[in-house]
Design a binder for this molecule. Structure first.
Ligand code: NAG
Ligand code: NAG
Length: 234
């Protein structure tokens, strides 16, 4: 996913150097994740194309709200898509709790209604500064815990963690301490998902391409449509 600065994430840069893989025919529920970069999205078309869910960018740090969030969220809802918000983490600018509260106040909330996915924490390559945002692995793990525990205490569910195996390995020391609580969403633009971060036996979401037949990044839920609805029930 992209930060508001407009710089490509490393994952996107790496992916753009090779053609996006043509996904094999996928049986699992498909979705996309979008932000204002996609402009005005026709959610009825997404639904007609067979998509089941959409993650929508809400916030970054504590200073940025995606200008299209509300329009996107309402559009997705009206089209009958299962949807949720995501937050682009800036672990160098304020605490995890502060950013979780900002996200919750600006679209990242959750309720057990069968159509709202747990909010996602997008934690990945720093678009504009130090590797790992200048944090040690233990400080990074503490930051993520602070975000995750705050989100859980306010909603009753743990946020989905969006990352890459490479970033997670480098910047958390491949921490296994979220695997029993947080659903995983791995970005890997390949025909196979590859090695997962420590602890997780499986991924919940897979972002398998950064472009495709529908606007935004292309995602798959690892399970059935009922499993996806169960995630939205908590
Ligand atoms: C999908 O989940 C199942 C368990 O429910 C697991 O066996 C499988 O490896 C997962 N796939 C991926 C790509 O993680
Ligand atoms: C529906 C909506 O709000 N669309 C806006 C999304 O953001 C772009 C700018 O990135 C605007 O031009 C659209 O009007």
């Amino acid at each position: 996913m992209k930060a508001s600065t407009g710089l490509l994430t490393l994952a996107a840069i790496l992916a753009s150097s090779t053609a996006s893989p043509t996904p094999a025919k996928r049986a699992s529920p498909l979705g996309v994740d979008i932000s204002h970069y996609q402009g005005t999205v026709n959610f009825n078309t997404l639904k007609a194309n067979g998509l089941s869910f959409v993650y929508i960018k809400a916030t970054e740090g504590t200073t940025y709200q995606d200008p299209n969030f509300s329009a996107n969220y309402v559009g997705a809802t009206n089209a009958g898509l299962i949807r949720g918000g995501y937050h682009f983490a800036h672990p160098d600018s304020s605490s995890g709790a502060t950013q979780a509260n900002y996200f919750l106040a600006h679209g990242g909330g959750w309720s057990s209604d069968g159509i709202t996915l747990p909010g996602a924490l997008d934690i990945e390559y720093n678009p504009s500064g130090a590797e790992c945002y200048g944090l040690s692995a233990s400080a990074m793990v503490s930051w993520i815990k602070d975000f995750s525990n705050t989100y859980h205490s306010k909603t009753g569910v743990y946020p989905v963690i969006y990352t890459t195996t490479d970033w997670w390995t480098t910047c958390t020391g491949n921490s296994a301490s979220f695997a029993s609580t947080n659903p995983l969403w791995i970005a890997r633009y390949s025909s196979s998902i590859g090695t997962l971060p420590a602890g997780w036996a499986y991924t919940t979401f897979w972002q398998y391409a950064d472009s495709g037949p529908n606007p935004g990044d292309q995602d798959e839920f690892n399970g059935s449509l009922q499993g996806l609805k169960n995630l939205a029930l908590g």
